[in-house]
Design a protein around this ligand. Sequence first.
Ligand code: GN1
Ligand code: MG
Length: 379
Amino acid sequence: MIEEILKKFNIGGELVEVTKTGSGNINKTYVLSVKGNDGIIKKYLLQQINTKVFSEPYKLMKNIEGVTSYLKKQLIKNGDTKHKVLEVIKTRDGKPLCYVTNESDTREYYRMYDYIDNAISYDCSFDSNVVFCTGKAFGNFQRLLEHYPMDKLEETIKGFHDTKERYNKLIYDIKIDPEGRALEVSREIVFILMREDSYSQITSELNAGEIPLRVTHNDTKVNNVMINKDINDYLAVIDLDTVMPGSMLYDYGDGIRSTASTASEDETNLDKVQLDMDLFKSYTDGYMSEMADHLTYEEVSLMGESIRIITLELAIRFLNDYINGDTYFKINYDKHNLDRARNQIKLVQEIENKLDEINKYIVDSYNKYITKGRPKIKI
Ligand code: GN1
Ligand code: MG
């Protein structure tokens, strides 16, 4: 099958090795080693797009091609040779995707990228420099795309970061309770119900025009930044499937949720799940070093709260998937989604306990990184 797929792409040569890679919860990823006609082995990244999640794969690729070619021009314009952009490899007929029909007569869609060499992506890192670089990478991504024509972007998943809608759906599904799992998770449901007031905070500000719509990544996990092993700097931002118009708040909050937790997203020993303030500070500084001059006062004032809101959103999504019988996120065992939801709830408690300190540091960091005589924020 993989050989058949490889032949559809504009790459000559013979397949010598296939390895499964990545820890994404949605798509399947493989590294292909291909021996070219010159005898040199080159690596490529092949991904099967999960079309249950991304129902319009050509629209998704249109976003990725638009954004990557724009970013590449920005890097050239800035004389930046240290950083890279994902490189889409076209099929022989010039498309960004190919499909094969599987035994169940359904189409499987695949895309190919150049493999980014000499780089590493962490699922968890306690190295404050890696975390700083991760914040900087996502800040840089947002900054470089500040003037990207937003009307060119397709909404690949409708209402992706509409936390209130995610909550409404959870409540609806709890009433249906298709797998009879709601009773078992009543404590988690109560935790989520008690925070109902927070869920529309960012979207209502966006809709009212109080905070700007920007080009955002929407999946700013630590493993979506490739780190250059040699110079300890970021190399490239990857996983551009969810690039859409949105608020920087979800990107920043998700970055902290992912990098500053002391445990992985499915750690079941909840004592290990804490919010590390040093890692939080490193990410915030990295992000501010790129974005401080571009943020509005309203955005800065909601950044602390955004960490709490996105973590609640993930708790809602994992719990909802558990209630629905695990149809969305890949799972490795029966209660995997429930464990993820509990883990995120513990993280929310940690964030709530530290929110004053978090808010104070965000302002300090903002004041530290602004230039051009922007007024400092006093608290
Ligand atoms: C999914 O597959 P991955 O890890 O890139 C999900 C994100 C979640 C994340 C939680 C399209 O991302 O929204 O934050 O899992 N992506 C989609 O680990 O739903
Ligand atoms: Mg993703």
